[in-house]
Design a protein around this ligand. Structure first.
Ligand code: 5GP
Length: 210
């Protein structure tokens, strides 16, 4: 038998400065790509209104988070603004082995760790804003944040953007639909990478000898 086999899933990391658009781009992608699932992180920060346990995050006490880290249950974990964030290992490994793709909404330190640990699996995309003015406008558009909070978010944004060179793909998020289409193109191209199709050598052998 020499039929086409199952591919390995893609680890698609989408990173951006806060206000860079990754939440809305991720949401649209997840709605329209049935083979793509979101990696749900653990965090020690408190839930925001409307955030649900197991949907947006697994909310942990610092002790529980530390215990998970000690048991090596995270693929990566990092500190961000005094809180801890980590990617639970088991769901990612299961998805990749079953040929499903996983989307990660994580910051640059997490991406760096994932890339070091799973270089053949990870495809990193960084979304840049078209200008700092536009980024600030998007941050202000979020609601009633104080000037202090806006300034803090801009500082965080600048710090995140300093790491754009770690990523395989860099997109300037000028318009939402165009950006979603570009991210989708990267995902689709990554699916056909030779390394994700371990069944190919036998298949091609079969074609050539059959
Ligand atoms: P927030 O608290 O606003 O939901 O997330 C803060 C930052 O932590 C965002 O940049 C988000 O992408 C990042 N983040 C969320 N989950 C993880 C994770 O599991 N690992 C890492 N390294 N960063 C994460």
């Amino acid at each position: 038998m020499s039929g086409a086999g199952m591919r390995r899933g893609v680890c698609l990391v989408l990173a951006a400065a806060p206000g860079g658009g990754k939440t809305s781009v991720s949401r649209r992608l997840l709605e329209t790509e049935p083979d793509l699932q979101l990696s749900i992180s653990a965090t020690t920060r408190a839930p925001r209104p409307a955030e649900q346990e197991g949907v947006h995050y697994y909310f942990k006490t610092p002790d529980d988070f530390a215990a998970m880290a000690a048991r090596d249950e995270f693929l990566e974990h990092a500190g961000f603004l005094g809180r801890r964030y980590g990617t639970p290992r088991a769901p990612v490994e299961a998805a990749l082995a079953e040929g499903r793709d996983v989307l990660f909404d994580i910051e640059w330190q997490g991406h760096r760790q994932l890339k070091a640990k799973m270089p053949a699996d990870v495809v990193g995309i960084f979304l840049l804003p078209p200008s700092m003015g536009e980024l600030e406008r998007r941050l202000r558009g979020r609601g009633q944040d104080s000037e202090e909070e806006i300034a803090r978010r801009l500082a965080v944004a600048r710090e995140e953007m300093r790491h754009w060179e770690d990523f395989d793909h860099v997109l300037v998020n000028r318009d939402f639909d165009g950006c979603v289409a570009e991210v989708r193109a990267v995902l689709h191209a990554a699916r056909s990478a030779r390394a994700r199709q371990p069944w190919l050598p036998r298949f091609v052998d079969g074609l050539l000898t059959g």
